[in-house]
Design a protein around this ligand. Sequence first.
Ligand code: IPE
Ligand code: IPE
Ligand code: MG
Length: 254
Amino acid sequence: MLINKLPFLKKKSSEEIRTLKPDNIPEHVAIIMDGNGRWAKKRGLPRFAGHKEGMDNVKKVVKTANKHGLKVLTLYAFSTENWKRPKPEVDYLMKLPMDFLSTYLPELIEENVQIQTIGEFDLLPDHTKKAIQEAKDKTVKNNGLILNIALNYGSRYELVQSIKKTVTDIQNGKYSVEEIDENVISDNLYTSHLKDPDLLIRTSGEIRLSNFLLWQSAYTEFWFTDALWPDFSEALFEQALLDYQNRKRRFGGI
Ligand code: IPE
Ligand code: IPE
Ligand code: MG
């Protein structure tokens, strides 16, 4: 390995490499949970089975996020484009929050997790809204990890809504065109109350954003893995956190 041939470069001990520094944990991690369908296909199972397995993996990932003291974990669960899928699959995906919460809500409450969502909530089916609203209400006082589910979320739609809101505010005399700045746009996004993601992870080998957090990820660190979402393990999550700690974030500076 090249590093061994350069004696002036001190090789880090494996312990140094493996240990996460508690003072540099990303506050906000966003994950594009992709590959459920392919996970199922590889096993000769219907796509639903992959979604079910993927749902169970969320619990493990929340545990790891909690263990390392993350403040916000945003999970991309359903995009505004996912309505294009066959109706039985969409119906199944819209049932998953209910299944997830009926299994895990007590544990999430115990772990001091607060449930939030981003996306067009009102356009979700009633049963989906009901389950999630109940979880939000029951965790509203929790002050641990924010588990932020992106459901019926699309970044372009979000930006269009933000622009409409801004125009309406101007028409209502709240501020002038000259006063529009980045904060005005950010304040009208679903994520207005959240810090931009420090780290964005996508599983399944796809290297794209698929309409996720376009504005918010201007200076986010990206991390990709070929692992399919149901196979995304604690060890991989920790690898992503470690790699994050080795990045130099310059934000345009030097
Ligand atoms: C991610 O897995 C879950 C959702 C998008 C809802 P996919 O269902 O996209 O799985 P692949 O990409 O087809 O394998
Ligand atoms: C992105 O995955 C959306 C979610 C994970 C919820 P997709 O599977 O929908 O993305 P594309 O279609 O491959 O870009
Ligand atoms: Mg996919």
